[in-house]
Every structure is written in structure tokens, then in C-alpha cells.
Design a protein around this ligand. Structure first.
Ligand code: LLP
Length: 431
């Protein structure tokens, strides 16, 4: 089994977080997102423990809610002592509505609108990560009008190749995010930030990419950022006190994936920080991390009903399901790979190789090609594993398919945390 929270019952049913996936599908319908609360909580604790043990707790773990934003998730991560990273007014609104304290929120975005900045200022968001010079000017004006000084960080491109899929690589120079180090743009941005009376620059941020399987790119990012903080101290006489190293630890999607545990990654970053700080005599900064995928990815799976099979002789066989790119666009976008199982025959070998086709009117609407699977029949329940991150959050209403329900499982019991959309919901904004 891919993750320890997956088991098989005596009946041959797939069990997830102690709940029978076949029963869940019968009771709640499909497609159904299933999240395992204990795994989410264990992951939150795992991150906090490393920060506590290796760095005296001098920092804040902020769940990157672009991976999965809904009220219950904010409640869970807040109760585990995490803050959150939001990247839009919508995520900010949801986090606040769920009771996340504004001071524990980090606001991101490379194209924040005035309305989003205004909301962040009015609500007292703890840190705003500024991405570009016009944003600094707009934010300063909004803060001045509100009679406030806002704490900001600057998003830096540290120029690190994290060996990941091009589409989800965000730390290199050719990226739409942040200020480049190599060109001197970043130093200029620090200088510019200092000229605004209503902005208080506390530190720097970087995010080198996502689904990164190794520790070294993270350690290198930490060193590069600290050396830049040292340069700022030397050239501008400013000693920044905070460092946010973004998110990015990878998870196991398919059996051959072998990611380093996130604990090793955070330890590597913190040890690089401590070592570099002592080498350059720099005060150890308050650390922020923004993991998304590694907190919720393996804590989720999606259940579908098999609708039909289509054998194309000598070419491939399709298993067609009642969902697809509208609930999981990651194969269509990145050719992302997943493992799948027939939940009602999980004890049988995955003896076939199939292509899973979704229900959308689009040839590219697949969940994967040549995937090992138990022989499937119409009416079977298909489970796609490790879909907790970037599935619901990237879902759409393409073809006016209603968005699926999400249940949270805890010790075998399930509760609905996002109800299934109705056709009325879909038409709600139509005039
Ligand atoms: N912080 C910042 C500023 C980010 O841009 C991201 C992800 C994260 C934190 C969280 O990264 P994580 O720990 O989840 O890797 N939709 C893509 C992933 C895009 C990630 C974008 N930024 C996917 O489905 O793989």
C-alpha cells in the first residue's frame, strides 16, 4: 500500500483512515473526496515538532491553503497551532470565516488587486508578501489611507533549480514570481521598500518549487537567502529578522516515488540556517514555512463509480468514470501520475493496465494512462490515491458538472465538510 492509512478489510474492501471506501461511496455518492483527519493532524504536528526541537520553536508553520482551502481545513490546522498562507481574497475570506486569526495569515499573490490588499490591511493580516514594485506603492497608499503600518516580506527568486516539473517550478529567474537576485532587482526592491512610511519590511520569502523530492535544494535556498540578508545588512544597514522559505516537500504519488520525509527537509533547512548564521554572525531569523501538499496530499483519496469499459483492440482499454478533470485536472495539466484501485476488490491483484477516462467532453480528460488496476466492471468503485492536495482546490464546473462532496474521516467515522454542489448552485450567479 502506498501510505499507512490505506488497508484492506476482510471483505476485500479498501479502508482509508479506518473507514470502508465502498460504504462511503454508497452513503455519500460519487465522485467523493475523502480526507483522513488523523493524517492531516499528524503531518501538522510533524512540522511543528521539527521546528520546536531543532530551532526552539522560533517560527511559524503556515499551511499553504492553495493545496486545499475549505473552512474545516483551516479549523484543523489552526487547532494544531499552524497559521496559513493565502493567495487570494477568496482564500483569505474562507480562512477568516473559519476563525483563523488574521495575525497568523501570510498573504501571497503576484497580481494582488487593490480590493485584496485593502481586505488584508483592514483585517490585519500578519504578513503580506509583496511581489513587485507597483504593489509596494499601492499597498503603501492603502495602508496610509487606513492609518496603519503593515508588515511585509519581499518575494525573492533565489535562482535555484529544484529539478521538478517545469510547470510547477517557481524559483528560477524566468518566473513571474518575485524579484530576481542575480540581476540586482531584489536589492533594489529592499531599498525601495524602505522608502515607504506605512510599510515595515520584516524579512524575505522564497519558494523554490513544488513536489521536490530532495533535501539539498531547500538547504541551498536557505543559504542563498541568508547570504542575501547579509548583503542587505552590509550595503543598506538593515538587519532583517524574518525568513520564509515557502513550501515544496514532495509526496509519494506512485510506488516508484521516493521522497525524502518532510522532517528531513525541514531539518536540513534549519541546520543550513544555523550554520550560515554562525558563519556570517547573523542573528537567527524567525522562520516561516508554507507546506501544502505534504500536509494534505496523502491524507486524501477520491472515489468514483465505474460507468463503462471500452476496449480498443491492440491499442488500449479505457475505464470510464463519473468524474475526471473537473475534480482532478492534474493529469490534464501536468501528466501527473496516480495509483488507483478498485475499492470493492482491493484484495485482488492489479492485473490489468488501463487508461482512466473522465466524463468531460475533452479527449485529454484522463486521470492516467497505462495504470495497473484490478479488472473493473460497471458499478465498481474506483479509488484514486493521494488526491488530497491540488484536486478540490483546482476543481472546476467544466461542462457544468457540480463539484463533488468532501468527507472528513476520523477513526472510521465520516462527516461531510463540503456538501455536493447542486444544479441550483451552478446557476446561482446566472442572471
Ligand atoms: N508557498 C508558495 C509561495 C507557493 O507558491 C506554494 C505553491 C506553496 C507555498 C506550497 O507548495 P507545496 O508545499 O504545496 O508544494 N498546482 C500544482 C502545485 C502548484 C504549487 C504552487 N505554489 C500541482 O498540482 O502540483
Amino acid at each position: 500500500m502506498l501510505t499507512p492509512n490505506l488497508t484492506v478489510s476482510d471483505e476485500g474492501h479498501l479502508m482509508f483512515g479506518g473507514a470502508d471506501c465502498v460504504t462511503l461511496a454508497q452513503q455519500h455518492g460519487t465522485p467523493l473526496y475523502v480526507m483522513d483527519e488523523n493524517t492531516i493532524r499528524e503531518n501538522c504536528r510533524g512540522f511543528r515538532e521539527v521546528l520546536q526541537n531543532e530551532y526552539a520553536g522560533n517560527g511559524l508553520i503556515c499551511f499553504a491553503s492553495k493545496a486545499l482551502s475549505c473552512k474545516e481545513l483551516y479549523r484543523i490546522v489552526h487547532s494544531e497551532g499552524l497559521g496559513t498562507d493565502v493567495v487570494s481574497g477568496g482564500e483569505l475570506y474562507t480562512a477568516l470565516a473559519a476563525g483563523m486569526p488574521a495575525s497568523d495569515i501570510v498573504m501571497h499573490g503576484n497580481s494582488k488587486t487593490d480590493a485584496e490588499l485593502q481586505m488584508a490591511v483592514d483585517k490585519g493580516v500578519g504578513r503580506i508578501v509583496a511581489d513587485n514594485l507597483p504593489e509596494l506603492e499601492r499597498l503603501n497608499r492603502i495602508a496610509e489611507e487606513a492609518g496603519k503600518t503593515v508588515r511585509i516580506m519581499l518575494r525573492i527568486k533565489p535562482g535555484i533549480d529544484a529539478h521538478t516539473h517545469d510547470f510547477i517550478q517557481t524559483g528560477q529567474i524566468d518566473s513571474k514570481f518575485g524579484f530576481a537576485l542575480e540581476t540586482g532587482e531584489a536589492l533594489e526592491a529592499v531599498r525601495a521598500a524602505g522608502t515607504y512610511k506605512n510599510l515595515e519590511l520584516t524579512g524575505l520569502h522564497c519558494h523554490i518549487g513544488s513536489q521536490i523530492l530532495e533535501t539539498e535544494p531547500f538547504a541551498e535556498a536557505a543559504r542563498v537567502m541568508l547570504r542575501f540578508m547579509d548583503q542587505i545588512r552590509a550595503e543598506l544597514g538593515i538587519t532583517l529578522t524574518e525568513l520564509n522559505l515557502g513550501g515544496g516537500p514532495g509526496i509519494r504519488y506512485v510506488e516508484r516515488d521516493d521522497p525524502k520525509p518532510f522532517g528531513d527537509i525541514v531539518r536540513a533547512m534549519l541546520s543550513a540556517i544555523r550554520k550560515t548564521c554562525s558563519e556570517i554572525s547573523f542573528p537567527e531569523p524567525f522562520m516561516l514555512f508554507e507546506p501544502g501538499r505534504s500536509i494534505v496530499g496523502a491524507a486524501g483519496l477520491t472515489l468514483y463509480t465505474v460507468m463503462a469499459k471500452k476496449q480498443i483492440p491492440d491499442i488500449r482499454s479505457y475505464v470510464l468514470i463519473d468524474g475526471g478533470m473537473c475534480d482532478n485536472p492534474r493529469y490534464a495539466l501536468y501528466e501527473a501520475e496516480y495509483e488507483a484501485m478498485i475499492a470493492n476488490r482491493a484484495d485482488q491483484p492489479r492485473s490489468e493496465s488501463v487508461t482512466i477516462g473522465g466524463k468531460c467532453c475533452e479527449s485529454g480528460d484522463l486521470l492516467g494512462k497505462n495504470m495497473p488496476l484490478q479488472p473493473a466492471e460497471p458499478g465498481d468503485i474506483l479509488a484514486v490515491i493521494a488526491t488530497g492536495a491540488y484536486n478540490y482546490s483546482m476543481a472546476s464546473n467544466y461542462n457544468r458538472n457540480p463539484r463533488a462532496e468532501m468527507v472528513m474521516v476520523r477513526d472510521g467515522k465520516a462527516r461531510t465538510v463540503i456538501r455536493r454542489e447542486t444544479y441550483e448552485d451552478i446557476c446561482r450567479c446566472d442572471l
